[in-house]
Design a protein around this ligand. Structure first.
Ligand SMILES: [Zn+2]
Length: 138
């Protein structure tokens, strides 16, 4: 599987990972498939690690992506990935919806909340959910 260069698996805590999954409703921001649909969830860097000297691992640069979408996005920039999606026939309306979700995440909000100002409180609520969820996994 193509993976983020130089990052290994310890670049993010389990709690932060799950908080972001919960922020995104445990659904891939690209295709919409969720944990319930059997999607394997991963985190996608909106601006890929390869594009930066130091990877941006902040929640404002991370979105939930299923393994399949994350693999096809790989190290593409968002624009290149959108071009790829268009080339494989994804309608413009769907790309618009993805753009909306990405913009919400970039603003620090839930991926269904359209507010311009950064509001990390949303993510904080999801940390609590993530901690509970991980406790119940043990
Ligand atoms: Zn997907």
């Amino acid at each position: 599987m193509p993976r983020k260069r130089n990052q290994g698996s310890k670049w993010i805590t389990k709690t932060k990972r799950w908080a972001i999954y919960f922020r995104d409703n445990c659904s891939c921001v690209y295709c919409g498939r969720s944990l319930k649909d059997g999607a394997i969830l991963t985190l996608d860097h909106i601006v890929p690690c390869e594009a930066l000297d130091v990877p941006d691992n902040k929640h404002t640069n991370l979105v939930t992506a299923c393994l399949s979408c994350n693999s096809s996005k790989n190290d593409k920039s968002l624009n290149d990935y959108f071009d790829y999606l268009r080339a494989v026939g994804v309608p413009e309306e769907k790309i618009g919806k993805i753009t909306f979700k990405i913009n919400c995440a970039r603003a620090g909000n839930d991926t269904n909340v359209n507010k311009r100002q950064r509001n990390t409180l949303y993510l904080n609520g999801h940390y609590k959910k993530a901690k509970l969820f991980l406790q119940n996994q043990k």
